[in-house]
Write a protein that binds this ligand. Sequence first.
Ligand SMILES: Nc1nc2c(ncn2[C@@H]2O[C@H](COP(=O)(O)OP(=O)(O)O)[C@@H](O)[C@H]2O)c(=O)[nH]1
Ligand SMILES: [Mg+2]
Length: 293
Amino acid sequence: MFKKFGAKLKILFKSTKKMDDSFFEDLEDILVEGDLGASIAMNISDQLREISKNEKLQSEEDLQNIVKRLLEDKIQEYKPEIPRDELSIFLVLGVNGVGKTTSIAKLAYDLKNDNYKVLLAAADTFRAAAIDQLELHAERIGVRLVKQNNGADPGAVIYDAITSAKAKGENIILADTAGRMHNKENLLRELKKIDKVIKSRGISESNYKKFLVIDSTTGQNGYSQAQLFNEAIGIDGLILSKYDSAAKGGALIQIGDKLHIPIAYVGIGEHYGDIKPFEKEEFLNALVGLSDK
Ligand SMILES: Nc1nc2c(ncn2[C@@H]2O[C@H](COP(=O)(O)OP(=O)(O)O)[C@@H](O)[C@H]2O)c(=O)[nH]1
Ligand SMILES: [Mg+2]
């Protein structure tokens, strides 16, 4: 059975008589298997070697706590502030199937309950089903949706949404986007166009946020996705989805350490209400196995 990173750390400590080279090799393997990447794995292992010269590790909790301490500066929380008297836009990005549409629906639900006036923009025009899926959520939650036909220019949908929100007085637009195009270059070009449209429509930089959804079950790939989208249009924050299915997330450490992208939300199920702000302390405890989840 697949064992979580934290559980492996505990076993490593229990089964080791001394912290010799083979201990550190095993530790590096565990860190790499936990999606932290080779360079971070070596870095943690080297730092632990130094620490263990002066500090005797008595129990597996000591090991877990030190690893946690070493990871602490590698990820950051992001708590977006959404003004009520100006229009904001959240552009939600990510590859196909990561959970963009579902995350938008959950955020719309929470924001509506918090008395925000929410508008959804169906800018994933690549598949007709994507527009229908978002529309169904809009109806269920009771928020407005701006859409065009399947195949329409996503930039035009967003343009309309901004115009419409300004006219009707909505506070926040949550914009869905396509995670798939005929090829990667097309996708990135589309995103850059959308970005330009938003910037040209008088929404201030601080009210325009780009979120990348990372699926907890994809592991190491999450890092490459973040790199790609971040290079294309810059990412303000991450949404970690499907954390209920696989409480992994080592890739976030890499993303935080190398790309400095903070994490805003965590998706913990398929229903409305199943999203919460990212809590770094809780995440790190779960990652190193100091708590069950
Ligand atoms: N268990 C679980 N499933 C999720 C979560 N977020 C999304 N999903 C599921 O992932 C699948 C793809 O989600 P969708 O929002 O359509 O992805 P998109 O292609 O990025 O828009 C759907 O079956 C969702 O119900 C989550 O936090 N937990
Ligand atoms: Mg979708």
